[in-house]
Design a protein around this ligand. Sequence first.
Ligand code: CP
Length: 306
Amino acid sequence: MRHLMSPLDFSVEELDELLGLAQDIEAHPDKYAHACDGKKLATLFYEPSTRTRLSHEAAMLNLGGSIMGFSSAESSSAAKGESVSDTIRTISCYADICAMRHPKEGAPMVACQHSSIPVINAGDGGHQHPTQTLTDLLTILNVKGRLNKMTIGLCGDLKFGRTVHSLIHALVRYEGIQFVLISPEELRLPDYMRHDVLDKLNIPYQEVVRLEDAIPKLDILYMTRVQKERFFNEEDYVRMKDFYILDKKKMRLAPEDMYVLHPLPRVNEISVEIDDDPRAAYFKQMQYGVYVRMALILTLLDIHVD
Ligand code: CP
């Protein structure tokens, strides 16, 4: 039985296969419409979500399966003090696969150690968000036609942004990837990512504060929201929240073939005035999230469609 805790749980070859499956699902959705008939997905969300929970549910419904779950800790027996390990033992009796989001780093890992069904990490604290990474990889592949030889700008809250940490882990395995880390001093990429991942693997990167200095040389600009829920005090959040705002003026500095991604939700960091720019890929990105989660469910359940 396989779980998904981190993008590193799949080899590059397995990732390529999964992304190829997602592309086939997009091209031939009818072929997959009954692939999960009789199967059940449980979504166990201890933290708010729109895209991740509903795209997992849409994915299972598109495959012919059914869904169940809870969307907040308060509406589950966690509110009465039930542990993650007892909850997953319970869900294992009811469902065939589950997706879990939790504010504590490592909670989905605890779940998979007590589970008899595949567990998908749907975001754990400031740690990892591997299904967002699958979505991001599929988006980059679809808009650029490749996952190698690229300069990727990561902008915003690189300290708490779990999507950034997962994406770095995944992309460093492709040839010719370099990063421009664009953040205020207080929200720099943590040392455990810079030293233990980028430096250790000799991945070229640069750290800058001004987005304008980085944007002309990028292939992909990955914008992120300042993670309000991870700040210890409101004052620091208010000071940081509008540090970056991508608008038409800044987009004029960007190459014609530089695409903008964002895991969403956005707050102010991307102005709505660029939503119609052909380089704005963030709405396509959330659609790709459904196809890639369909491919993930099939892969983890070991279901093959001819
Ligand atoms: N990208 C993402 O995780 O969005 P949600 O928080 O809405 O699930």
